[in-house]
Design a protein around this ligand. Structure first.
Ligand code: BMA
Length: 335
C-alpha cells in the first residue's frame, strides 16, 4: 500500500484548535516501540532517516539499553509506515576501545545522502567523558560504516550536513553549547574532517519565548526553491521540566548562513499521550524526513517522550506559506 492511501490524521484531536495545524500525526502512532525490537532494549526514539535507492525507508533508531547506553539500529519499511523489518542485532554500536568518545553511547543521528560521494553521511552524538560531541561516519549500505571520528568537540550536538558543497566547501549545521548559550551554528570543511569558518546563524530567544534557553537543528535542512527550510527544536524550561517543541526558519540556498525568515510560534509540540508521557515527558524530537514523489509531502519521523518512534506528515509549501505570514528576518527575531 502506498503512503498516500493511508488514513493519516488523528481523528480524536484532544481539543479544538484555533491555530493552523501544519503537522499531522499518523493514526498508528507510535509506529515503533521497544516491544517491536528483536532483542532487549529499554526505549527506541529519535531516528535518523534515509530513503534508499529502491524506495525503502530506513530509520536508524536510537536504542537505549538497560544500562542507559544508546546504540543505533536500522528498521526498514517499503511504505515508510508499517511492515518494519528491524535488524536482528544492533546495527551501529559504540566502539569505545578504538573511539573513546563513544564511551557513553551514540545518539540522535541525522543522515544526509551525498551524491558526490554516493554515500550516506551520518552525523551523530558521541557521548564522551567530556560531554556530547559530534562524530561522522559514512556508509553505502547501513551494514558497513567508516568512522571519521569527532568533528566537533564537546559540548556540541544536533548536527547535519548539507547534501552538496557550497562554494567548494561542505557545510554542517550544529549546536555548540558555550557560555553564550545554545544556538545553531554553521561550519565549513574542504574534506569533511577539518572544519572552520564557524558562524552562529540562529540564536535561542530569551525570556518567556517557547525557544528561549536552547535551540538545535531537528532534521537535516530541507532544500526548497526558496531556501533551506529548517525545522528546529526549542526548549523552554518550566518548573515542571523542559518543553521540547519545533519551529521553522528559512536560510538562503547559496549563502546558508543567512537567515531569511524565522517563525514566531512553534508549529509542533507535545500533545498526544505518547508525547506527553514517557521517560522524558513532553518531548517531540524529529531527526529526519522523506519526501513523497509529489516533491511536497514530508514524512517526518520523530522521537516522542524519549521513548517511541512516531510519524507525522506535513507539506513543504504550507510551511513556506506559514513562514511568509508568521516569519520575520533573523535580526528582528532575536529577543
Ligand atoms: C536532548 C537530546 C535528545 C532528547 C532531548 C529530550 O538534549 O538529548 O536526545 O530527546 O534532550 O530529553
Amino acid at each position: 500500500m502506498q503512503p498516500n492511501e493511508q488514513p493519516f490524521e488523528l481523528e480524536d484531536r484532544p481539543h479544538q484548535h484555533h491555530h493552523e495545524v501544519l503537522i499531522h500525526r499518523a493514526r498508528k502512532n507510535p509506529i515503533l516501540t521497544a516491544a517491536d525490537w528483536p532483542y532487549a532494549v529499554h526505549t527506541v526514539f529519535n531516528p535518523g532517516v534515509a530513503r534508499l535507492k529502491d524506495g525503502t525507508t530506513l530509520l536508524l533508531c536510537r536504542c537505549e539499553d538497560r544500562r542507559g547506553i544508546s546504540h543505533l539500529t536500522a528498521a526498514r519499511s517499503a511504505n515508510g509506515i508499517d511492515g518494519w523489518v528491524i535488524d536482528p542485532e544492533p546495527t551501529f554500536v559504540p566502539d569505545p576501545v578504538n573511539w573513546p568518545e563513544e564511551i557513553w553511547g551514540i545518539e540522535d543521528c541525522r543522515i544526509t545522502y551525498v551524491q558526490e560521494l554516493d554515500q550516506y553521511v551520518i552525523t551523530y552524538t558521541s557521548y564522551s567523558r567530556g560531554g556530547p560531541g559530534v562524530s561522522i561516519a559514512v556508509t553505502e549500505d547501513f551494514k558497513e560504516f567508516e568512522r571519521y571520528g569527532v568533528i566537533m568537540a564537546p559540548d556540541d550536538k544536533d548536527a547535519a550536513l548539507l547534501p552538496y558543497r557550497i562554494g567548494g566547501h561542505w557545510a554542517l549545521l550544529h549546536r555548540p553549547v558555550g557560555p553564550v548559550g545554545a544556538h545553531i551554528w554553521i561550519s565549513y570543511s574542504p574534506d569533511l574532517r577539518h572544519w572552520g569558518s564557524h558562524k552562529m546563524i540562529l540564536q535561542a530567544r530569551r525570556g518567556a519565548w517557547w525557544d528561549a534557553k536552547k535551540i538545535g537543528l531537528s532534521p537535516p535542512a530541507i532544500e526548497t526553491p526558496r531556501g533551506w527550510l529548517l525545522m528546529y527544536h526549542g526548549v523552554r524550561t518550566t518548573a515542571a521540566g523542559s518543553l521540547y517543541r519545533v519551529g521553522l526558519a528559512l536560510f538562503d540556498l547559496q549563502v546558508p548562513e543567512v537567515c531569511l525568515l524565522r517563525g514566531d510560534s512553534w508549529i509542533f509540540g507535545p500533545e498526544a499521550p505518547y508525547e506527553l508521557e514517557g521517560d522524558v515527558d513532553k518531548v517531540v524530537f524529529p531527526c529526519g524526513f522523506t519526501v513523497e514523489p509529489d516533491g511536497d509531502t514530508l514524512n517526518i519521523y520523530y522521537g516522542a517522550s524519549d521513548s517511541y518512534v512516531c510519524l507525522a506528515r506535513a507539506s513543504i509549501s504550507e510551511m513556506l506559506d506559514w513562514l511568509d505570514e508568521h516569519g520575520e528576518p533573523f535580526a528582528a527575531t532575536y529577543q
